[in-house]
Ligand binder design. Structure first.
Ligand code: PEP
Ligand code: MN
Length: 340
């Protein structure tokens, strides 16, 4: 349930309510200090047993409502205003569309530095690249691991780009967080709850991909796992295609969820057109659809020589195709009231 404080509730009143939630009722409290008012989420498995009046009577409380949806901290009931995730000088979820680009896997220092400068030149703000790769086959390239993180870090520094990279195991969170600005949770790990808790505790911004066959509710509950440890909301959602009966494209492109998800959650949403398409020919159009559909940004795979890529070459754009796409996206962004 959530406790909405009165607009002019004092700090003391807010503290008293939190105290009652935690110490008298033994629930968890998460606070959203909004522009309008403060909202306190009361979290626990048995909040349903408690009468809302227990909190309504407290001084400074405007009203108490039960959150009907299974996800809580990610919901607009808890935080009505859009969340903007600020990292250094970029804002994800603001007017500017944030483009993240880079190879599927970091393969060498030269490759990632080449990608970084190509991404930067075209207007990307974040460099992607996998160092720990969750591969479907155990025999496929698993990534350069810490060496890859070092190359990625160097490339980001030289090209002045932020870094997003995937973390696949709770044990690696600290290591990956020491190199990356944003931790990526891949589709295959969306329901790895220990990993979600670990990245939440790291307090780093997290890019949370939608699971291959996860419902929207499951995805937003996964976000709750991270937000619970985050303190302040630093989760960026990412749709990347889902598995259906149809294998015409690598995954079925779930771009149609964007308006509905925006209605349900305050979190920013970016789109990955590359993994949905699975084929470089479709990636530019998929990217454009996401911008028109209201995505707050994109994450796109690029490679200096896609035919030689160690993973996902078929869906990777060449530097020149990426540059062309960015020019087109800049025009489309303007039409929908955004900018790149
Ligand atoms: C990736 O970003 O390279 C990746 C493995 O993505 P996903 O988790 O969406 O498959
Ligand atoms: Mn990939």
């Amino acid at each position: 349930m959530i406790i909405e404080m009165e607009k002019n509730a004092t700090r003391e009143e807010i503290k008293d309510v939190i105290n009652v939630v935690i110490n008298d009722f033994k629930f968890e409290a998460q606070v959203n200090t909004g522009e309008e008012r403060t909202v306190i989420a009361v979290l626990g498995s048995n909040t349903g047993d408690i009468d809302t009046q227990s909190f309504e009577v407290l001084s400074g409380v405007e009203r108490v409502v039960r959150i009907q949806r299974p996800f809580k901290l990610a919901s607009r009931d808890f935080k009505p205003e859009n969340t903007i995730v600020k990292i250094d000088n970029i804002e994800i979820g603001g007017k500017e569309l944030i483009i993240m680009a880079g190879p599927c896997s970091v393969e060498s220092e030269e490759q990632i530095i080449g990608c970084a400068f190509a991404a930067k030149k075209s207007g990307a703000k974040v460099l992607r690249g996998g160092a720990f790769k969750p591969r479907t086959s155990p025999f496929a390239f698993q990534g350069l691991k810490e060496e890859g993180l070092k190359f990625l870090f160097k490339a980001g520094l030289e090209a002045e780009l932020l870094i997003v990279t995937e973390v696949v195991s709770s044990q690696d969170v600290e290591l990956v967080a020491s190199y990356a600005d944003i931790l990526q949770i891949g589709a295959r790990n969306m329901q790895n709850y220990q990993l979600l808790e670990a990245v939440g505790k790291s307090k780093k911004p997290v890019l949370l991909k939608r699971g291959l066959s996860a419902t929207i509710e499951e995805w937003l509950m996964a976000a709750d796992y991270i937000l619970r440890g985050n303190g302040e909301p630093k989760v960026i959602l990412c749709n990347r295609g889902i598995r259906t009966f149809d294998n015409f494209t690598r995954f079925t492109y779930d771009v149609g969820i964007l308006p509905g998800v925006r209605h349900l959650t305050h979190l920013p949403i970016i789109t990955d057109p590359s993994h949905a398409a699975g084929n470089y020919r479709y990636v530019p159009d998929f990217a454009k659809m996401a911008v028109v559909g209201g995505a707050d940004g994109l994450i796109v795979e690029i490679h200096p020589n896609p035919k030689k890529a160690m993973s996902d070459g078929a869906q990777s754009l060449t530097f020149s195709d990426f540059s062309l796409l960015m020019e087109e996206l800049k025009k489309i962004a303007e039409v929908v009231g955004r900018k790149i």
